[in-house]
Design a protein around this ligand. Structure first.
Ligand code: DAK
Length: 263
């Protein structure tokens, strides 16, 4: 196991899974600039580490995943600083969404505002049954600015996204699951083990195929069907030139477990 602390983030690698834990529990893991920088640095480190197959993002303590951007820090910003902070958040979340390695949000409590947006920038969301989700920005005279108006409607549909954004209401994990905002809901006490099992399962697959699959889903998702299908076909075709595909198909035919070279 490898461990380290990057300012407000804890970083641990176990069984080829990098656990990135936002570590400001007294402020419900609210995202100030330092915390966002640390998340990005940890994610970059995990993506570059050949020993890491999957990233997991979670929050320290039992109460919050991330309760949003840091309201105290934002309150002091002028329009120029607010815009720069917003761009900074968007760019940082893009590092997660564009990661060639799968990123799972283990949502262990409040995921509000920028916290809900952070979870949505991950590829898969697994929530504890006591987690709560919402986009409460309108209560602060803001609108969601780090993907909430866009990723949310792509996940749950425009009507439900509009309702969450305009009411600012929080919804429990079960409702988030029902509308497609989260993939799974598990008992809070089992969140870590259940997420680890999913991560390790994904981590046993071909790293090259995982990266190409993420690229196909993310790049194609916002295109018309014809263009998106062409991207899928070309990424599918590229798989045939990989060591992983040769190994995966050979292992199937030889009735053994594959040992992917990751090339
Ligand atoms: N920021 C700063 N501190 C926070 C915080 C936050 N988002 N959320 C909680 N805290 C702090 C509280 O102030 C309190 O600190 P102390 O008073 O103890 O020093 C501590 O965490 C514990 O919180 P509470 O005492 O309030 O705990 P409760 O259990 O009573 O309530 C709560 C939990 C989650 C319901 C409540 O804390 C709450 O409503 N928090 C705020 C949730 C929220 O509104 N989140 C959205 C923030 S706005 C942008 C892009 C993105 C964004 C902004 C701009 N650009 C493009 C420009 C994102 C915006 C947001 O996320």
């Amino acid at each position: 196991m490898e461990q380290g602390t990057l300012a407000a983030v804890e970083y641990t690698v176990q069984d080829r899974v990098a656990w990135i834990t936002v570590n400001r529990p007294k402020k419900l893991n609210a995202l100030n600039r330092e915390t966002v920088e640390a998340i990005t640095a940890a994610a970059t480190r995990a993506v570059e580490d050949p020993e890491v197959a999957v990233l997991v993002l979670t929050g320290a303590g039992e109460k919050a995943f991330v309760a949003g951007a840091d309201i105290a820090e934002m309150a002091a910003m002028d329009a120029r600083e607010g815009q720069a902070f917003g761009r900074f958040l968007v760019d940082s979340f893009d590092v997660l969404e564009r990661s060639p390695k799968p990123v799972i949000a283990a949502v262990n409590g409040f995921a509000l505002g920028g916290g809900c947006e952070l979870a949505m920038a991950c590829h898969i969301r697994i929530a504890a049954d006591n987690a709560r989700f919402g986009q409460p920005e309108v209560s602060l005279g803001l609108i969601p600015g780090a993907g909430g108006t866009q990723r949310l409607q792509r996940l749950v549909g425009r009507g439900k996204a509009m309702e969450l954004i305009l009411t600012g209401d929080m919804i429990p994990a079960a409702e988030a699951h029902r509308i497609g905002l989260v993939n799974q809901v598990v008992p809070a006490a089992e969140l870590r083990t259940r997420v680890a099992a999913v991560a390790e399962g994904i981590g046993s697959k071909s790293p090259v195929a995982l990266a190409r699959a993420i690229e196909a889903v993310m790049t194609g998702g916002d295109l018309g069907l014809d263009d998106a299908m062409r991207i899928e076909s070309s990424l599918f075709g590229l798989c045939f030139a990989t060591g992983d595909m040769k190994e995966g198909t050979a292992a199937f035919l030889e009735k053994r477990k594959p040992e992917f070279p990751g090339t």
